[in-house]
Design a protein around this ligand. Structure first.
Ligand code: PLP
Length: 454
């Protein structure tokens, strides 16, 4: 039977949907028109880091709208924008950081790769036009970010339209693409960057873009401790700029303001999104070391990126109010503290289940990888769509989690992410983990005995 042609005039992202209508939201709860209360254990797409319905942020935004909502960023500035950037500079540990506010994470990454190209050209390196990405990464939905991203299934139908960019394998120790084990591997995955740069020729590579802690494409995969120092050294050796995409893992989510702080390196360019305004405004940031911006300024060049809604006054007000709320309520520290509790609970409850392959994460960013065959670490057949089955089973129990597919090889592999707002209590964390275990059981047990995808 073909799916029903949808009623109404909204062009939804999915035709086969039965979306509950949410009438309001508070704290960790989404409340539906029919009275159901969903626990938002992933803050949507790992966005609502501070919880829903923070009234003071709404009031600040309204005041800004009443004062001045929009000016064109090539012609004017606003006090709130200056104040916001100064406040960001206090918490984002990049030397003399400069902040270029935009709207979406995809757009911030587009701006980042364009800035990298612009800087390389300024340095007399106009052959450097390629951006190296990683397989099983996600940097956005535009054609530019699909080209650097590594979710094969998402790229497939657009391949003829993409300017293909080189990719290296990610540091997925659980299912190492090289069949090796850390630390005996001597970081083959990181050294692959050097091999690739020398193969293509350093004179062609502008930058390497990477998620310090992987988002949905790899479900909160955390690299080994010496991975990033090795990557940083390789980039420096070959004059390649290092872009950290912290659209998901940044702004306190991992228990540090920036995820790169866990790994002892500093990127040249950083992108933030999602949690920077906690979902109340579509706000993203492209940040750069001051020295890069100075290079542009000294050369008398403007930034080759703009956009009607860049440097938005209401976005800045929303971002500043969110930042102050995070600071006042110590939500970065809370993410670190509660993240440890959440991790412990997840391991205790899930590790021994036959279809749980791996539980990993840091701060309040956790991923659970499902397997059809635990001994062989073999994924389920992609057609079974296990991650989405779990999403549906969780929703039946009024729990919202975030699914990811392709964690094994870009097409196969199912993960479920948990990333609750940092205001969640310990009791609520316990409820989330119990409901998650039930959801996984309800979704996966009927599939046991099905052939694996390996
Ligand atoms: C790591 C990462 N980068 C970029 C993006 C794209 O952000 P947006 O959906 O706001 O364009 C996402 C979104 O999920 C992400 O997780």
């Amino acid at each position: 039977m073909s799916p029903k042609y949808p009623e109404g005039h909204v062009f939804y992202r999915k035709f086969k949907h039965d979306f509950p209508q949410i009438t309001h939201a508070e704290g960790i709860y989404l409340i539906a028109a029919d009275g159901r209360r969903f626990i938002d254990a992933s803050g949507g797409a790992i966005v609502v880091n501070i919880g829903h319905g923070v009234e003071e942020i709404g009031r600040t935004m309204l005041e800004q709208v009443s004062r001045v909502a929009y000016v064109h960023a090539e012609q004017f500035t606003t006090g709130v924008l200056e104040e916001y950037a100064a406040a960001l500079a206090e918490v984002i540990p990049m030397p003399d950081a400069r902040f270029f506010p935009l709207t979406t994470g995809s757009e911030a990454n587009e701006a980042a790769i364009k800035l990298a190209r612009q800087i390389q050209m300024l340095r007399g390196q106009s052959g450097r036009h390629m951006i190296v990405g990683r397989w099983n990464s996600y940097h956005g939905i535009t054609l530019g970010t699909l080209a650097i991203g590594g979710r094969k299934a998402a790229r497939q139908r657009f391949l003829p339209m993409l300017r293909e960019m080189p990719h290296i394998e990610p540091p997925t120790c659980y299912t190492c693409p090289f069949g090796q084990a850390y630390p005996a591997c001597d970081l083959t995955c990181a050294r692959a960057l050097e091999r690739l740069i020398t193969e293509y020729g350093p004179e062609t590579i502008a930058a390497f873009i990477v998620e310090p802690v992987s988002g949905a494409a790899l479900g909160a995969t955390v690299p080994p401790p010496d991975y990033f120092p090795t990557i940083r050294a390789i980039c420096d050796k070959y004059g390649v700029l290092l872009i950290a995409d912290e659209v998901m893992c940044g702004f306190g989510r991992t228990g540090r303001w920036c995820a790169f702080e866990h790994f002892g390196f500093t990127p040249d360019i950083l992108t933030l999104g999602k949690g920077v305004a906690g979902g109340v405004f579509p706000l993203s940031i492209m940040a750069a070391r001051g020295s890069l911006v100075e290079e542009l300024a000294r050369a008398g060049q403007d930034v080759a990126h703009g956009g009607t809604f860049s440097h938005h006054a209401v976005g800045a007000a929303a971002g500043l109010a969110t930042l102050r709320y995070v600071q006042r309520n110590r939500l970065v520290e809370e993410a670190a503290r509660k993240g440890e509790i959440l991790g412990r609970m997840l391991h205790e409850k899930l590790d021994d289940l036959p279809y749980i392959g791996n539980v990993r994460g840091v701060g309040l960013m956790w991923g659970v990888e499902l397997v059809a065959d635990k001994a062989r670490r073999a994924p389920f057949e992609p057609g079974l769509d296990v991650a989405h089955r779990i999403l549906d089973a969780a929703r039946d129990l009024n729990l919202m989690v975030y699914p990811g597919r392709g964690s094994f090889d870009g097409t196969r592999g199912d993960v479920v992410m948990i990333g609750p707002p940092a205001i969640i209590t310990e009791d609520e964390l316990r409820i989330v983990v119990d409901l998650l275990a039930d959801s996984i059981r309800n979704a996966v047990q009927p599939l046991l005995g099905q052939p694996s995808g390996a």
